[in-house]
Design a binder for this molecule. Sequence first.
Ligand code: GLC
Ligand code: CA
Length: 540
Amino acid sequence: MEQKQKLWWKDAVIYQIYPKSFQDTNGDGIGDIKGIIKRLDYLQELGIKGIWLSPVYQSPQDDNGYDIADYQNIDPMFGTMEDMLCLIEEGKKRDIRIIMDLVLNHSSDEHRWFIEAKKSKDNPYHDYYVWRDGEEGVPPNDMTSCFSGSAWEWVPELKQYYFHQFSKKQPDLNWENEKVRKELYQMIKWWMDKGLGGFRLDVIDCIAKEPDKKITGNGPRLHEFIKEMAKETFGGSDFLTVGETWGATPELAMQYSNPDGSEFSMVFQFEHIMLDQDGPEKWDVKPLDLVELKQVLSKWQDALYQKGWNSLFWNNHDLPRAVSRFGDDKVYRVESAKMLATVLHGMQGTPYIYQGEEIGMTNVQYELGEYRDIELLNMYQERKEKGYKEADIMNSIYKKGRDNARTPMQWSDEKEAGFTDGTPWMKVNPNYKEIHVERQRKEEDSIFTYYKTLVHLRKEMPIFVEGKYELLLPNHPDIFAYRRILGNEELLIVANFHGNEIQCPDIQVEKEAKKLLSNYKEEKVGVLQPYEARMYHIIK
Ligand code: GLC
Ligand code: CA
């Protein structure tokens, strides 16, 4: 199955849309598919070739659509199937493919299968989910859900527990059951026929769970299931498939993204994302060590070179805003946002931009009642009960809460940032008067314009796609520098990752080096200014 044709996603940049917060068109305060269509010209201008669309399927929205009640229908809140097909068509006209989010580990408890499954032990759908006998109050084991509390939910009528790795409204599907797998493959093919460009596969490394052995991620049958799915659905096509794999190592990623096409195009790995975590829970943070970050990202660059493919990202709908987390969202917001973009987009792999990242949107600090995310609200409750201090809990939320990424997109300085004519489902970030698309689209040195340049460079220069990566100054505590090498060509990326001015060690920038891009108008001799980043092109 070796992929001979040139794969479109190798020089592409993908843009992630969180539909609920992107653009509302009917005044109900919730983003919708028509809103995405309305903004396609904007995305075309940015130059992206694909949209990863977070779920728009029918859903009770317990986890904002990651709890699917009907895989083959669009939630009325987002629009209709006709709107969806229109989005696919309109996308095609602009060379933008739609990548849908496939949530295959679990469904909603309001899915027809689960409603049936709950009726009796001999219902044909019962075995679509993961059940264990038990006694009320004594769950099968002490496994916990990612959203706090036990992973087991008691159903008195059946005298059984069902297993849920996420909320209790997200019962886990039983992949051991061949019928489940076949149904899911049918559904995938049905979507493929609609003209999509790919799939992002939600928590895909958790599907082969074995709760009796307390296994969630990387279960023994995981790759068997994935290979079967690929073979029966997207294998051998030019679909972009990206798996969400929190437990991936470079070795596993080589398997997932094997160029033979037997599994996925690539996976999202999270090793670099977890470096500022202190202990087992994401809510406890420690300062990020740049040397460690460089080491981790470089390890992935090296390991997958010609053996697999990387995805590149700083943030998504589950993570804090990149500029707030890795840069400085106050004094050097513009500089640091551009610096982060330079470092990421210079690497090998497919870069992902999360909505609002291209204008440097930031984290928020809201009152508890203004938050919406189930994960964050459950954690608040749990930590309160455990006796944590209010201020510490709120601080964790400010730093790591998923709602940081889910505030409405900031389109203009009009009411509600141009997101809605009504009342937004979640409060708009108060800084929208300053940070918004309309302004940055016009400005030559805006973050938006800078991203546009990066996206275009990748399409135009093969070295971005193929060049071999080589880390420079691995132990420097402030500078992130590397080369990409292709034949007699080189890219050189040099960035000050911090807010202080530093001496720039001698990184041989040959005379004939051409500066492709930089985030400062003026250079200072021998120093890198706060968050300064430069990208050079060298022909030997
Ligand atoms: C993934 C999604 C996240 C969701 C979870 C459960 O991690 O990105 O938003 O809550 O899976 O589906
Ligand atoms: Ca709407």
